[in-house]
Write a protein that binds this ligand. Sequence first.
Ligand code: PTJ
Length: 250
Amino acid sequence: EVDVPEDHPRYESLLTRHRIEDGVAKGITSQQGLIAQGRGEAFDYLLGEETTPSADEAERVAAAHLLLAEHAVLSVNGNVAALCPGELVELADVVGADLEVNLFNRTEERMRAIVEHLEAHGATDVKGLAADARIPGLSHERAKVDADGIYDADVVLVPLEDGDRAEALSAMGKTNVVVDLNPMSRSPQTAAVPVIDNVVRAIPNVTRHARDLADATDDELRDIVDAFDAEAALADAEARIRDGGDGSID
Ligand code: PTJ
């Protein structure tokens, strides 16, 4: 385990970095995942390393979508598996979603390592290994999904996705919730719900909102979903990054 002094001003950030390093060592995270993490950290720094009010709102909307879904699936890649496996299992439990391992750089070894890692954190019936369906319009390896998983889902939560695949999932008519720290990246821009926050904070906060909304009626959940303005959420995050403000004053 790691030895980061708890009083270090960037304790959380250093801890997160060690989790990704550990993920690479365990064969869960790809080496490209280290680069992705570095890019994410830079945006997180500019956002103040906290969940902004507009990200919190998007997380509540994400929870409402997941609760309304016929079949929700949480997509898991090598980065989120290393960063927040227990939190993903908990969210799946609370909203009744499936977990499916779906990799940008797919190898059978890494697929199996991630499934086992999730199982070690309490997951059962993790999808992704069957790979008996394809997302139309993507190259072979990246298109592989389970017929009774992402292929069948009406709502998919995709953390740290590449733009292409997020777009292809939207083109299939699925509601995409994308967690990404970069509001200018193509995947949050094509998402029904862009969540501009660190997955480490976003996933537990979606779970908290889902628990809070457990007794809401479908009409109340639909009102939350309908009131959401994805463009405004992206604009708010970008304004914070560029000006350090919320975009409401100049
Ligand atoms: O495990 P695999 O093979 O599926 O590969 C996963 C990665 C993430 C390596 C792959 O999808 C990739 O290369 O992604 P990109 O194109 O580097 O995009 C990653 C995006 O996630 C960037 O926009 C980052 O800003 C963002 N990001 C990185 N770390 C975090 C993050 N967003 C939220 N929370 C983070 N911790």
